[in-house]
Design a protein around this ligand. Sequence first.
Ligand SMILES: *Cc1c(COP(=O)(O)O)cnc(C)c1O
Length: 228
Amino acid sequence: MSIADNIKSLKVETGPKVTLLAVSKTKPAADLQEAYDAGQRLFGENTVQEMVDKYEQLPKDIEWHLIGHLQTNKVKYIAPFVSMIQSVDSLKLLHEINKHAEKAGRIIDCLLQIYIADEETKYGLGFDEAIELLRSDEFVTFNNVRIRGLMGIATNTDNEKQIKEEYYELKTFFDGIKQSYFRKIDTFDTLSMGMSSDYKLAIEQGSTMVRVGSTIFGSRVIKHWKNN
Ligand SMILES: *Cc1c(COP(=O)(O)O)cnc(C)c1O
């Protein structure tokens, strides 16, 4: 199956209500161009360097989403063009994004990354921390960021029941946050959950955006033992 075929069948599967983000990290620009030619416009990268490199090489109507941990000192490199930052995990980072968005004369869409997995990952806000951020005095002063919703990464496990529960919890939290802090704000509309291994479960639980890499572009593992 080609990249174009993969996108086509994924779009059929995810349906018109779920947005497909093509996660292109580690893949060459030519692969992204192939996806672009098949109509894909939303691409996800997990490092600033790779996103900037590909931004420079590829068509300018691509919407770039940062999905990996973002260091505050690197925000300036992507602020002029990034479409959405899905990995906001601190007030300090949001402050920095706001600052550079203002400099660039933009409003940058952001998702709060919520920690839902049952593993020792470093990044993401706990439920309480997310609420604390939204309630902070500083948050209301940010005029150049727009919180569009939440992002979460489930535990890397074969246990479907566990993944389902984690996504259910995130969806429930999303609904609560919308009700409490964004009731009249239509643009709080994005719940980014689901990757290649679990996007079906995520959609069942209410995902509005799936981040799919290997199912579109193939495995990221370099197979040294292959001859070609
Ligand atoms: C790499 C990555 C994905 C996509 O992973 P696949 O298993 O290749 O679909 C999704 N979300 C995040 C945050 C990632 O880093």
